[in-house]
Structure formats: structure tokens, C-alpha cells
Design a protein. Structure first.
Length: 187
């Protein structure tokens, strides 16, 4: 990994209350003072730093955008609701959503042509807004179905895979074509 790569820390809010937001904001202060947090200002735009904070789940979007001169916490925008131009790189980092809810059930580890078109259009719109795409709620079993979906999402331009099995994700051989050092698949 490059020393210029920022670690993205997703903070999954389970409630929209201001108490939680205020506590999280306060806990980030040491990183803010050390200038470790990626931030946005209207004059400089995005300045990448070692840590990028992304609020997801029930995070209060209105609190994230309330400071119009400085922002070091970004939103995880809903990937299926990007067309209203409310979300962009100045306030959001990811565009994400449940794969099952946004495109439907991936039967037998395959996306239909219509599902692929939906993912492609969501990825394209997110990229135009400067956001990285991420899908969660992907199949986890059977493993062959999971791996096929991972490969399909990667081929469709999804920027981040949401995974529970880090070992398998880092192999990058999701078709399981290399076994014991032997290549058993074509192309």
C-alpha cells in the first residue's frame, strides 16, 4: 500500500440522535488536531490525509453538511438515490447500498443483464459525482456464488468490495483457478 493511501474508517451509526454524533465528533478531535483527517474546504476542495472518516448507517446527513467551510467527516450516500444531486464529493465519500435491495436477488451467483445494467448505471452516476461505489448484503454462501458476485462487481467497476472473509478477498483468485500452485482454469 502506498504511504499516500488514506485508511477509510466507516463509522456505522445505529441511531440518528445528536448525542452519538457529538460524542463521535469529539473523539475525532485528537486526529483533527494532528492533521490526520481527510478534509474539505470550499477553497481547497478535498485534501487527502492518512485517515478518511465516513459516516454510514443512520448517520445524520444534516449534521455532516452543517459546516459549510470545513468538513472532515463524509457521508455514505445511498447508491439508489443519487439523481437528486444532494450527494457529491464535497460531502460524501461512498455511494453504497444493499445489493439485494438495489438490484435484486443474485440467483445462483449470477447477475442478470438487467441487474448488471443497474449496477453499471449506479457506478457511472456515482463516479460522475466523485463517489466510490460499494455494495453490501452480497451473498456469502455458497462460496462459489459469493466469488462470482465479487468478480462481477469488480468487472462492473465497483470500487470497494464489502467482505467478511478477508483472506479469500485478498487472494484475488475468486474463480478458484489456482489450487496447490496449479492453474486449473482457462483464461
Amino acid at each position: 500500500m502506498s504511504p499516500n493511501t488514506s485508511l477509510t474508517l466507516l463509522l456505522d451509526f445505529k441511531e440518528t440522535d445528536n448525542i452519538t454524533w457529538d460524542l463521535v465528533f469529539q473523539q475525532l478531535e485528537p486526529f483533527r488536531k494532528a492533521n490526520w483527517l481527510t478534509y474539505w474546504t470550499p477553497t481547497t476542495g478535498i485534501t487527502n490525509r492518512p485517515i478518511t472518516i465516513v459516516a454510514t448507517g443512520s448517520a445524520p446527513f444534516d449534521r455532516i453538511i452543517s459546516n459549510t467551510t470545513y468538513r472532515d467527516t463524509f457521508y455514505d450516500a445511498p447508491i439508489d438515490n443519487l439523481s437528486n444531486n444532494q450527494y457529491h464529493a464535497n460531502n460524501s465519500y461512498y455511494a453504497s447500498g444493499s445489493l439485494r435491495r438495489t438490484v435484486g436477488l443474485a440467483a445462483f451467483g449470477h447477475l442478470t443483464a438487467k441487474q448488471e445494467d443497474t449496477v453499471r448505471s449506479q457506478v457511472q452516476l456515482a463516479e460522475e459525482l466523485g463517489l466510490k461505489t460499494r455494495y453490501w448484503d452480497t451473498p456469502s454462501w455458497p462460496i462459489s456464488f459469493r466469488n462470482k458476485i465479487w468478480s462481477a462487481l469488480e468487472e462492473l467497476g465497483v470500487r470497494v468490495l464489502n467482505v467478511d472473509d478477508l483472506t479469500a478477498a485478498t487472494r484475488w483468485d475468486w474463480r478458484m483457478c489456482v489450487v496447490g500452485g496449479l492453474v486449473i482454469c482457462d483464461g
